[in-house]
Design a protein around this ligand. Structure first.
Ligand code: BGC
Length: 795
């Protein structure tokens, strides 16, 4: 840190020394290896043949029970005899039996352990389906997320798994990304901290993670051939920042590189990304694996520091051996890659002969899932205290998802669960009377329609059938049900998954039949002076502004995991006071999104045929992030585009007062602490999420109106009770990424600390001064765009 005005050579050298010391220190903190393991690894490597080293860098291949042979690239025939420890898991790593190095097992996440169930029924291992990532980040509660991680990690460990392929943490750049349900937020600070909490929980159990998909994997169409073009500022501030926080706060065992290119280079082949940024700048000391069949050049991948090629093919093993023989991969690079992998293998449950039970405590984990689900639901609207409703209320329950909960999204992020509690079941469990005739009609209808669907198999993995059409109800039936019930509840559902993005019509926007239902229901209930509640059982953001007036209350339940119906009922009946807040903006219309014109990218002219990657088809395409850093609320607040529901928004059954905002100093000197008192001024116990936004002074760079820098959640405050929340700011929190200088720089001037209940509802403001420009961190010139980007600017 120094004044840019007074820069001298001597000072620069001093800085460099500091930087090196700092980097070494953080490497030290992040090194998971004991001295003993280090020397063990050195010995193992010195005894390994070239073939053994090459195999350690390539997975054993992808094979699931029931999967037809020959649809994927061949694996090494010598591996055919390696027995599966946990059939149905997504990947395995080569061991080295003669040195006591076992085969490790990798299973998908991020919503729970995913063991594919395409094989014989007696081999099914049911796992806990936790709420989707977007719901988890809506809790804004890192302690709770860590507990979810502990349950998740424990379950994986008890099933004999070494590494879970999650958490996933790409930015919600655009609501149509088919995988947003697996990701946390449009904001990197929220994503990074929630992800770090999840990693800390899982790894506390002695289980590994693979934080994915590194990086800028923000859409699914043509995902394996998509060039994401962006400025280095947008890359650093928005798309890498969350990963950086996770690496620094939780030291993940592994990272999964993504399928896409960034500015012309496949992420799995980018030394800039995997070595210069991830390792040399952030101090990452685990290993990097590719996404399944990601990238095209095994030699470039190994040279870039992408240690493990997953799920692994015979051709990759041969390519690495040949490259090492011809010096296109040096022995030093080969050994370093192997060393980093062995460092993690030695920590693994299998290496340490963990006596896994195959009997995780699924009951206890279901409870964790239910609690997390109810804590992350967001109450969007609650006119005249329509919610909560009391036991014995008679409910007319409408909408297919009310009876067939969408617990989570599709693809690898799905979970093979023993059961799913629907909203209908959850309400009944809470003593609510759900109209039986109506229930029976829905249940019968869904049973018949489901019987017509193709059987789930590996082939439906990336091509799930379209949703079942809404049950048609006659106008007279609406009126009749409204008459005999006290309240109407209508659930709208959405599902999506990897390999495909969502679309605007009939997905982001409601379908015609959903609109008709809503209008008719609203009419039937409102004409009798009764209320209509809408529940959103969705994986990603949808349009709400055009129809929200039909609803008296709207509960955003996201995709709440297998206990979802119970958790929804807990909130609807008031057993749990909602405290979730939005991790991403709900725009008024799709066109109000800053990336609307740049999603999902354009297909490039090519003669190339579509190629298959894990049953996925792709053609060369590119997407330009013209909105730059203006993603989500950064765009709405800076350009004054009113959303339907803003980032950080969420209602409670009680109210909170904010008072006594204090800053530790009026001048920034290395750190700034803020404290604020939160008082429950209502009649119901509740929790409040407190959000700290910072407005930086205009310097040489364009700055967003405000940015989230810190957050916390109170404990359950009883009516009248207060809690003082402490939040702090580091130099990096003040800084923006200056591309010309390749540095994070905080501009001198006045900074405004805004404590908000949402990104719009600011409750208290104080300012502090930074006397001189601060160069917080000098970094590598990495991943610069090759073309000029017409980036959005606020001036
Ligand atoms: C997904 C990854 C997943 C892997 C293994 C890929 O298609 O993108 O998220 O971990 O498959 O199932």
């Amino acid at each position: 840190m120094y004044s840019t005005k007074k820069t001298s050579r001597v000072f620069c050298r001093f800085l460099l020394v500091l930087l090196i010391i700092h980097t070494q220190l953080s490497f030290g903190q992040n090194t998971p290896l004991s001295k003993e393991n280090k020397s063990k690894i050195k010995k193992i490597i010195s005894s390994m043949t070239l073939e053994e080293k090459a195999k350690m860098l390539v997975g054993i291949g992808f094979e699931l029970p029931g999967m037809p042979k020959g649809i994927l690239p061949p694996m090494d025939p010598a591996d055919d005899t390696i027995p599966y420890k946990v059939p149905g898991t997504s990947g395995r790593m080569h061991g080295l039996g003669r040195k006591g190095i076992p085969v490790l097992t990798l299973a998908d996440g991020p919503a729970g352990v995913h063991i594919w169930n395409f094989g014989p029924a007696d081999q099914v291992k049911f796992c806990t389906s936790f709420p989707n990532a977007t719901l988890l980040s809506s809790t804004w509660d890192t302690a709770l997320i860590k507990n979810v991680g502990i349950a998740f990690g424990n379950e994986a460990k008890e099933y004999g798994i070494d590494i879970v392929l999650g958490p996933a943490m790409n930015i919600h750049r655009n609501p149509l990304n088919g995988r947003n349900f697996e990701y946390y937020s449009e904001d990197p600070i929220l994503s990074g901290n929630i992800s770090a909490a999840m990693v800390n929980g899982i790894q506390q159990e002695g289980e590994g993670v693979s934080v994915k998909h590194f990086a800028a994997n923000n859409s699914e169409n043509n995902r394996t051939k998509l060039n994401a073009i962006m400025s280095t500022r947008a890359l650093r501030e928005i798309y890498l920042r969350g990963f950086e926080i996770t690496v620094k706060k939780s030291n993940p065992w592994t990272i999964m590189s993504s399928y896409n290119y960034i500015n012309g280079t496949y992420t799995s082949q980018s030394k800039d990304l995997l070595t210069d940024i991830l390792r040399n700048e952030w101090g990452f000391r685990g290993f990097v694996m590719t996404d399944w069949y990601g990238g095209v050049d095994p030699v470039a991948q190994i040279n870039a520091g992408n240690n493990l090629l997953m799920p692994g093919t015979y051709a990759q093993i041969k390519a690495i051996i040949s490259a090492a023989k011809h010096d296109s991969i040096s022995m030093k690079t080969l050994d370093e890659n192997v060393e980093q992998i062995l460092g993690i293998i030695l920590l693994s449950p299998t290496y340490n002969k963990y006596p896994y039970s195959n009997k995780p405590d699924l009951k206890a984990h279901a409870l964790v899932s239910r609690t997390a689900a109810s804590e992350g639901m967001v109450l969007l609207k609650n006119d005249k205290n329509s919610l909560p409703i009391s036991a014995n209320t008679k409910v007319g329950l409408f909408g297919n998802p009310s009876y067939d909960l969408i617990a989570g999204g599709t693809g690898s992020g799905d979970v093979t669960r023993a059961y799913t509690v629907s909203l209908a079941q959850g309400l009944k469990n809470s003593g609510i009377q759900v109209d039986e005739n109506l229930s029976n009609s829905y249940e019968q209808y869904l049973k018949t329609e489901k019987a017509k669907l193709p059987k789930a198999s590996i082939l439906t993995l990336l091509n799930p059938p379209p949703p079942i059409q809404e049950l048609v109800i006659s106008d007279s039936a609406y009126a009749e049900i409204a008459k005999k019930t006290d309240i109407g509840i209508f659930t709208l559902g959405r599902n999506a998954g990897e390999g495909k993005d969502r679309v605007v019509d009939n997905d982001f926007n409601l379908t015609l039949s959903e609109r008709m239902h809503l209008q008719k229901l609203a009419y039937a209930y409102h004409s009798l002076n009764k209320k209509l509640i809408v529940v959103l059982n969705i994986g990603g953001v949808i349009e709400t502004a055009s129809w929200r007036d039909y609803a008296d209350a709207i509960l955003l339940a996201w995709q709440p995991g297998m206990e979802g119906g119970n958790a929804m009922a807990d909130v609807i009946t008031g057993k749990v006071n909602p405290s979730g807040k939005l991790p991403s903006t709900f725009p008024i219309a799709y066109d109000d999104i800053s990336s609307a014109n740049n999603f999902p990218g354009k297909v490039l002219p090519t003669k190339e045929k579509k190629t298959f990657n894990l049953l996925d088809q792709a053609v060369p395409s590119e997407i330009t992030y013209e909105e730059g850093i203006y993603v989500g609320y950064r765009f709405n607040n800076t350009f004054k585009v009113k959303p339907a529901y803003e980032f950080g928004y969420g209602l409670s059954y009680t109210q909170f007062a904010y008072s006594d905002l204090k800053l530790s100093s009026s001048h920034f000197k290395g750190k700034m602490d803020a404290s604020i008192k939160i008082t429950n001024t209502g009649k119901t116990a509740g929790k409040e999420v407190v959000e700290l936004y910072l407005t930086a002074p205009k310097g040489s760079l364009d700055k967003p109106a405000e940015e989230l820098k810190a957050f916390a959640k109170t404990h359950l405050l009883q009516p009248g009770e207060s809690e003082t929340i402490n939040l702090s700011l580091s130099p990096k929190d003040l800084a923006s990424f200056n591309t010309k200088e390749n540095a994070w720089i905080a501009d001198a001037g006045d900074y405004l600390v805004k404590i908000g209940a949402t990104s719009e509802d600011i409750k208290a403001t104080q300012s502090f001064h930074l006397d001189q420009n601060l160069v917080v961190e000098k970094v590598h010139n990495a991943l610069a765009p090759q073309v000029k980007i017409n980036e959005l600017k606020s001036f």
